[in-house]
Design a protein around this ligand. Sequence first.
Ligand SMILES: Cc1ncc(COP(=O)(O)O)c(C=O)c1O
Length: 417
Amino acid sequence: MTANSLSARQRQHVFFTWSAQARARPLEIIDAERARFEVAGKGWVWDLESQVYNVNVGHKHAHVQARMIEQVEELPACAPSAALPIRAQLGELLVAHTGMAKAFLTTGGSEAVENAIKIARLVTGRTKILTRRSSYHGATLAVLEIAGDARKRPFEATMSAGLHIDDPYPARAPTPERASDWLESARELVAREGGETIAAILLEGFTGTNGMQHPPSDFWPGVRALCDEHGILLIDDEIFSGFGRTGRWFARERFGVEVDMMTLGKGLTSGYAPLAGVMVSEAIARRFDDEVLWCGLTHYAHPVSCAAAVGSIEVLEREGLPENAERVGRVLEQGFAGLSERHAMVVGQRGFGLMRALELDRSAQELVERAWELGVYLPSRGPMVWVCPPLCLREEEAETILGLLDQALARSSEGLQ
Ligand SMILES: Cc1ncc(COP(=O)(O)O)c(C=O)c1O
């Protein structure tokens, strides 16, 4: 079946996400390996989106596949309430890597954030959740409502206005006399709403496609102090930035702040099966020793998903992929500096590890098309392109990609003259 006829067949009965259906142009992906995938009628392309920023260990890793197959053979379906070796093993790995006490496991990231909000409300008896204006925490109603992302617009009429910390970029850096603009905004918002009404402040460990802005140095410590002062919980959403993506296991490690809860997803299983979760502190975990935790799901801690997560974490550990992301990220950082010297349209770069962005002085559409012609799949939004390949990318492969982006930028500027 050709790509076009397959698309047409699927379009008839299965929706494509985030699209007007008639205009969706899906890729027909027929194979994948490490940091590339193969498209019918096109060939192999570099995957700079890691599918949807989740294939952290790389495509078709034999160890993750084997872990999943073992679990399929042993026990593929099981009640959410049951005790299973694979669930216990995953809990131990998550506690070891996050430094938190206990996990609540969900099927996707939005559900993880929803459950973190439920837990924050149960624990504090308060309702309000504060987020950054440039933030995304998922697509279900409660999380759309609290985040700043534009995808809430069609539903906004029935939602309460979010409570957002203003985060202009570049941020105004703190001085001895004055806090950064981000922290000032957080303090003003807490004062305006009343600290005693706020259950939690929810922040992405490092923001994804809403800009990859580097936070000012006083922001995370200042927000932690604000939370401590008012008994507000601090929730770190590591769904995008976790599991090695930024060159650390979790992006927050760069900012040196303890949190009360973390949400995990995407790279937790490297996308091999749906699984996400909420990690909670010891104090929150103990709270539910005797009180009921009013949270549950049919596919809670699905055994095959847990096996995918265990396999993926084992690969991250054994192959040192967070460290590799840091190393290869530096190759990209240097290469991007060269690109911005050679191409006037490249006006900036941001990011950590293999969670990076290039900023252009114009829409990135032309560059995306030229890169595609050269075998590079490059996600973009407005003038930003995101460079987030699987964490197994090798240094020499990064150099190859830099060469292709150099050519794509040259073609792109020619095309526009
Ligand atoms: C920071 C963050 N939180 C939450 C989500 C929602 O996760 P999911 O799409 O698995 O529901 C995402 C997804 O992109 C995300 O990047």
